[in-house]
Every structure is written in structure tokens, then in C-alpha cells.
Design a protein around this ligand. Structure first.
Ligand code: SF4
Ligand code: SF4
Length: 159
């Protein structure tokens, strides 16, 4: 069994595409100009703090070793300090990755555990799935509208 906490990014550079890095004007869903895809960051030592701080769930030890984000084309993030108390976010690295069995299993896992799950597609589309019986605050609903995030209240993944 693999020791949790011993993972390294290796050849993965997936979050250098999915995540926005405002400090260097890098938008969400576009490869960073400093990224050598599959190799690493050309400004590694001086990269922004957001890059230094980000650790996806795979890197933290979640999931099997062969579900590294560059292999399944999904970056998985778990937050406990945002507008929602708990939130899984699945960021799509390449088209159709969010239609995969991995994504479907993650949505079902989250909803079963009463955790909202947000899908961010590489074309910019965003969807939030929340379990039934979870009431959202007005400020959350306002945020969803502002960000054009489509809301689904459901027991399980729709596809
Ligand atoms: S997605 Fe995870 S494993 Fe891949 S480069 Fe980013 S932090 Fe490392
Ligand atoms: S600055 Fe480096 S670590 Fe940060 S997104 Fe760009 S390539 Fe990745």
C-alpha cells in the first residue's frame, strides 16, 4: 500500500491549466505560459504563492495512484472554507473527462456523503450538484447567479 503524504506531482501539470492565477493574469482553463506541459514550471522557484500552496486531493493521498490528474484529466479539489461549508470541485483538463466513470463516481460519493460537488468544464461551463435537504443561503444563490453556475438538486449523478 502506498504511504499517504508521499506523493509528488511527477509529470502532472494539470492544475497549471485548470486554475486561475490572478497574480500573473492566468485565466481558468488555459495553459499557463510558464508551463512545460508534462514537465513542470519554468519559473518554479519564483512561482506565485497560489501555485506553491495548491495541492490537489490526489497529491494529498486521495484515490488510487493511477488516478493522477494528468492521467484521468480531472483535478480534484476539496474545500472547507468557502461559501459552502464543504465542497468537492472537479476541474476538467480535457474535453469529456467529466463524463467519465471517475467523475460520476465522485459525484455520487459526494452526494451520498451530503457534500456539494461543483463541475468546472474546460469550455467554462459550471454546474453545482447539491444533495436533497441541503438549504442554500441567499448569498450562495446570488453567487451562483453571478457566476452563471447551473444548480442541480439531486440524489445521484445525472449521467
Ligand atoms: S493537479 Fe495535483 S498532482 Fe497535478 S500538478 Fe497540480 S497539484 Fe500536482
Ligand atoms: S506559474 Fe508555474 S506553477 Fe503556476 S500555473 Fe504557471 S506553470 Fe503552473
Amino acid at each position: 500500500m502506498e504511504e499517504v503524504g508521499k506523493r509528488t506531482c511527477g509529470k502532472c501539470t494539470a492544475c497549471c491549466k485548470t486554475h486561475a492565477i490572478p497574480k500573473i493574469n492566468k485565466p481558468e482553463g488555459k495553459w499557463c505560459g510558464n508551463c512545460k506541459i508534462g514537465k513542470g514550471c519554468i519559473i518554479y522557484l519564483t512561482r506565485p504563492k497560489e501555485c506553491k500552496d495548491f495541492r490537489c486531493e490526489w497529491l494529498k493521498g486521495f484515490g488510487r495512484k493511477d488516478t493522477r490528474p494528468d492521467l484521468i484529466k480531472i483535478v480534484l479539489d476539496y474545500q472547507t472554507n468557502g461559501l459552502l461549508k464543504k465542497l468537492f470541485t472537479l476541474w476538467e483538463v480535457s474535453k469529456k473527462a467529466l463524463s467519465s466513470p471517475f467523475a460520476k463516481n465522485m459525484i455520487n460519493f459526494s452526494l451520498t456523503n451530503k457534500i456539494p460537488v461543483c463541475l468546472i468544464y474546460c469550455n467554462g461551463k459550471k454546474e453545482l450538484f447539491i444533495p436533497e435537504n441541503l438549504r442554500l443561503l441567499k448569498k450562495v444563490l446570488k453567487h451562483l447567479k453571478q457566476e452563471n453556475i447551473k444548480l442541480f438538486v439531486t440524489k445521484k449523478a445525472p449521467r
